[in-house]
Ligand binder design. Structure first.
Ligand code: NAD
Length: 262
């Protein structure tokens, strides 16, 4: 086992999902104890079992990140259980609906912002307050290439991920005096996986000039815009997260690493 994160405790939100689990396994392989947080109980239980199989301690916390009191309580429980939080991967997210902006549902817009921005902010706030007391910590926020260039038919998701890039830059400045680094990662088209399948299907159903109504063609159109001409694999994300969280990146804060094939 590598030991870059020996004696470190990592909190991962959205840990029942594809990227959260893949990153939890990577940090566990590098020696970290893992606190897994998600809203979906059975996905969380499956992730916990897989992380424990790596031979590290893992605990799960069912929590809706849009409930600020629940987040405060969950973070307090993680600290009580593990003694501290050294690393945060602030990853829980929701892709939202697919529709052009003039047809986009206001309630869905609010839900996306609530999960991806206010929820991520609540987690960041509670964990960083703990890290400020310890004058130490490293945080990676999950952004997206949708937060670098606004994709069509994704008004809420794009806006939410632009917000995450901004939140990362501001938090990196606010927390620098306390020896806490805050960075972001922005995956592009990652597949296979739940989000890839969902976005190909729903983009093709929008019937707009950007994508075919045939999902197979839509897939080709999307990948055609990627210089490396392929989807990224979910397994190509944890290495960047792990690097930013680690002491290999001690002079890096406020950046957003694009994991996008160019
Ligand atoms: P996923 O749907 O597999 O995982 C997301 C997880 O977040 C799920 O387990 C879900 O239960 C959890 N979650 C959703 N709402 C929550 C809430 N209110 N409280 C707590 N947990 C909640 O998707 P993923 O691909 O693993 O995505 C993880 C993150 O990566 C998201 O923020 C997403 O926007 C971002 N991202 C994904 C891709 C991609 O192509 N997969 C690309 C760029 C960015």
């Amino acid at each position: 086992m590598k030991t870059r994160f020996k004696d470190k405790v990592a909190l991962i939100t959205g840990a029942g999902g594809d990227i959260g689990l893949a990153t939890a396994l990577r940090l566990a392989e590098e020696g970290a104890s893992i606190a897994l947080l998600d809203i979906v109980e059975d996905k969380l239980a499956a992730s916990k079992a897989k992380v424990e199989a790596k031979g590290v301690r893992a605990e799960s916390y069912i929590c809706d990140v849009t409930d600020a009191n629940a987040v405060k309580d969950a973070v307090a429980r993680v600290i009580a259980d593990f003694g501290a939080i050294d690393l945060l991967f602030n990853n829980a997210g929701y892709q939202g609906a697919f529709a052009p902006v003039h047809k986009y549902d206001v309630e869905d817009f609010a839900r996306v912002m609530d999960i991806n921005v206010t929820g991520a902010f609540s987690v960041l706030k509670e964990v960083s307050a703990h890290m400020v007391e310890r004058k130490s910590g490293s945080i990676v926020n999950m952004a997206s290439m949708a937060g670098v260039g606004g994709p069509p038919n994704m008004a809420a998701y794009g806006a939410s991920k632009f917000a995450m890039v901004g939140l990362t830059e501001t938090a990196s400045k606010d927390l620098a005096p306390y020896n806490i680094r805050v960075n972001a990662v922005s995956p592009g088209l990652m597949g296979p996986g739940f989000m890839w399948d969902r976005q190909v299907k729903l983009q093709s159903e929008t019937n707009t000039q950007y994508f075919s109504t045939d999902p197979k063609q839509t897939e080709k159109q999307m990948i055609g815009g990627v210089p490396l001409r392929r989807c990224g694999s979910i397994d190509e994300i944890p290495g960047a997260v792990s690097f930013l969280l680690s002491d290999d990146a001690t002079y890096i804060t406020g950046v957003n690493i694009r994991i996008s094939g160019g």
